[in-house]
Design a protein around this ligand. Structure first.
Ligand code: NI
Length: 164
């Protein structure tokens, strides 16, 4: 997997990384960001199966037990405005990609046991964001995916983006 930047945040901190609009050298075109937000509900537990119950409890606290979250997934794509449509990207089409590649597989599932493409991963928001990134990137125009942010609660998120 290509090295990705993962950012995490918690309540009380602002996002210190401002959105950057890149300009193509030698061109007057401007990159515009657009975003689609989707949600899903899923159960998970933070545990390393190679550790004992006590060790998992020590590492992950109460998150070692099975519990659920109402997740929000925010996907940002970047590009130039298509003069014929006024769109950078058809957000209904982006919604369809997110649903097909991610939501249909994870909604109302146990992320530890029910999703083949999450097998072997501790389903933290960081790991989810990294895997979601890969699954979306392969379905979108090359270079258009800018960031994937997974909100686990309204206070905690993890984000993956290309390292600029
Ligand atoms: Ni949790």
């Amino acid at each position: 997997m290509q090295i990705l930047e993962v950012a995490v945040a918690s309540s009380g901190f602002s996002d210190a990384r401002p959105a950057v609009a890149e300009r193509n050298a030698g061109s007057s075109s401007t990159t515009v960001l657009v975003s689609r937000r989707e949600s899903f509900n899923a159960a998970h537990q933070l545990r390393d199966p190679s550790l004992t119950e006590a060790e998992n409890r020590r590492l992950f606290g109460k998150c070692a037990g099975l519990h659920g979250h109402n997740y929000t997934l925010e996907v940002v794509v970047a590009g130039e405005i298509d003069q014929s449509t006024g769109y950078v990207f058809d957000l209904k089409a982006l919604s369809d990609v997110i649903s097909h590649r991610i939501i249909e597989d994870v909604d109302h599932r146990n992320l530890n046991t029910d999703v083949p493409w999450l097998e072997g991963l501790i389903p933290t928001a960081e790991n989810l964001a990294a895997v979601f990134w890969e699954r979306l990137r392969s379905e979108l125009p090359v270079g258009s995916l800018r960031s994937v942010r997974v909100w686990e609660t309204d206070k905690n998120w993890a984000e993956v983006g290309e390292r600029v």
